[in-house]
Write a protein that binds this ligand. Sequence first.
Ligand code: ZN
Length: 989
Amino acid sequence: MHDNRLIVEGRLERFVQQFLPGALYRERRPLAVEAWNVPGEPVPAPVAFAAGYQPVTLPHSWGDPWGTTWFHVTGRVPEEIPPGTRLELVVDLGFSGPRPGFQAEGLAYLPDGTLIKAVAPRSSHLPWDPARPSIDLYVEAAANPELAGENTYEPTPLGDRATAGSGPLYTARAFDVALLDVGVWELAQDIWTLDGLMRELSPDSARRWEILRALERMLDAVDPAAVSATAAAGRAALAGVLASPAAASSHRIVAVGHAHIDSAWLWPVRETIRKCARTFASAVTLMDEHPEYRFACSSAQQLAWVKQYYPALFERIRKKVAAGQFIPVGGMWVEPDINMPGGESLARQFLYGKQFFLKEFGVDTLEAWVPDTFGYSAALPQIIAASGSRWFLTQKISWNQVNQIPHSTFLWEGIDGTRIFTHFPPADTYISELSGAELAHAARSYKEKGVAGTSLVPFGWGDGGGGPTREMLAAAERLGSLEGSPVVTIDSPQAFFERAEAEYESPPVWSGELYLELHRGTLTSQHLTKQGNRRNEHLLREAELWAATAAVREGAAYPYDELTGSWHTVLLQQFHDVLPGTSIAWVHDEVEQNDARLRESLGRVIDESVRTLVGEGDLELATDGLGIREPAAHPADVSLTEEDAGFVLDNGLVRAVIDRRGHLVSLRDAATGREAIAPGAAGHRLVLHRDIPNEWDAWDIDEHYRRVSRDVDEVESLETGAGEVVVTRRFGDSTIRQTLRLRPGSAALDLACEVDWHERHALLKLVFPLDVHADRFAAETQFGHVYRPTHTNTSWDAARFEVCAHRWIHVGEPGYGVAIANESTYGHDVVRHTRQDGGTTTTVGLSMLRGPMFPDPGSDLGRHTLAYSIRPNAGIREAVAEGYRANVPARAVRGAREVEPLVRVSHPAVMVEAVKLAEDRSGDVIVRLYESEGTRASVRVECVGDARFVDLIERDVEPPAGAEFEPGAVSLTLRPFQLVTLRFTAAGR
Ligand SMILES: [Zn+2]
């Protein structure tokens, strides 16, 4: 037989593009339209309903960037609704292309305020009950600008209302009442699924040809001039190939309806709130029509917004949760960045997320759901387990530039040894439309073939695109058992995980972090957002500690609502496009405003609590860890002398030499006398790199940044003061003032930087070449640290050229090491080289500032302060101490008495990360602690009341074997990096 495959496929393409769409509606009649432009920011629906509308004729241009226009639409349903048709309305706001979620969006309301559904590209219809002959509705249309364009990453002024300009962005083209031809629509769904499947099958397979011939018979049967009348004949031609069942060995897919809505990104938070309302309204409306449909919603914050701003919709959601259709998943407050938030922050993501789902819906989520985040810290498995969850779903690591994770389903082992059953959907998308290409890709790239056979596919348009569509549900229905295709079943994430676990007896293990080999700039972009996060975390730590201590000791009122509200803001700002610095200017400006408020309000909680504790008096006191004491007197002053080599700072513990270029050329501790700085090298050196990634401006640092750089060593002035040397430099359009300071009694040299930053597409690194032979370095992560190699033996090592560290980084040899601590830096790199003298120099680089131009062309411009400290002769214990000191400096306070710590731990490796009162407001004290050195630690923990062991949600758990209880104390042995939460009951004290 002659091979005419390409000709038939071409014939099909023309039919689908040219003849099928026009036949979908048998009739379309325009409705009467009037419009009201909202002056300024969006208003609640009742305000809009009462506004003054002007009649408009279509096409109608509307929408300043970020503006809102309400359309009031009226008319009558047709006299007759013929069989085989469905009455609906069709809206075209002037959609600029098929990509939903990144352009104009609308939400339709009945005049009584009931939400109907969103309108977006690919889902522009609205259901209308034919029993209501008089059509009357409102569409709230958002003129969200298309910021991403064609992903060229060119600077755009659109991300800030102040610079976005004015003038209509969109032209509304249709508000019609229409009769959908159901037969034609069903034919279109048949064709879409079969065509998609066919193109994924090998031309050598008989099944591909079977489908081709059926489609060819369909094309013969359907008259392009009379599609409606001949659609049934077309469907009959396809019925046979659609009925052919899937093979027994087919890959099985659990399809979960989903809408990945970024909580802020190329739009501000206020728009996300509306995106949630649009998407969830569409979801519950679709559920009414499709009882089999399941929709997973992963972010408690988004549902909390809906509860606050759209209470009637929230009640509809509540009913759908009870019916098992709307499924809360993930258990976190938002889908946060996982690299940078502190340990306590990730604990609170689960605490407040799960608490919301439990309280509002009675649902205890069992899976962590973070598909889109830019890398996953090795601390996460233990935190997931400590929240009472069992499973983890992720996706983004499939974007790795070099190496692919070898598993689709595996046990992910964290720093403490906890293993979590993890799935990594092989479809490589969390916004699937259940296309043949996506499903075939899932089956092909599923890595567990032969031992397991099920994967999960999240389907539905994200980011305000409206979530799953009726077309996707139609596809799922056809794919339930279809020869050549994976078997698709719509179900819940929990059903997937239970099935996947049951079919896979001994999954492979991946130990350590899931490093994303991309988006490494997210550790540095938008420094003020990152610094704010770090400060907020530590202010919350202090506020809770002192407020809890004051409540227990002095009976002071504990500011539950204020602290919870502050946490909610901090957790929202850890969202995976906010903390990474990849949002528009509008978002980051709001973060800075929120942070200023948090600094003020948390500062007040701290001050009031501390004053209550110390009383009125004239004793000079200072906060010191968990207590308040008279500060220790330091006998030795700091000497500053001038030698040939430069200026020498010496406090008897540390001796630092700063040359006349302002570089740190020598750093020795008195105990060993050993030199920390590599011979002939200069520490505390500034290096300015050209930093133009190939794509993803704010997201990426590409490895080629290393090739073009210059030292910033011009000295404008060099001054000395008490115990300090201050150097000012000017470079490009920027200035930097670096202060090197040695305090009495300190084992570390403090380094403060004030930068006025005006460089674009540049990366400023602070570099320390150390005379240390280190094969690996330690970087703090949540509740512990991770080691990474300093070499590039394998492609995995080479790809990790920019990594995350929290408060400190440590390089060492047995018996000697150097710790470098920071208060707002996350991006680090560590390299080493062998010198002429045979010694090894290990160089630590800290990424201070970048200048990406998309999506915020002005990101990081202006003034910054950054602070570091370097401590020679430091082990991990000293590094941990420096990290705390850099982030929780002692507060001086005047009072009548010292304050004994509310909580005492007997082992120096055991760190208390949080002291707070319990969420149930019982007055119980919650104490979270962890082993910080990677060792085993037998510890006695003292507080007041009887101790119980609880999870992150403050629910009782089994005490660890060997725990010994006594009144006001518990003794236990912690495993390396073990995280423990204790509840000391108020009743027991
Ligand atoms: Zn995202």
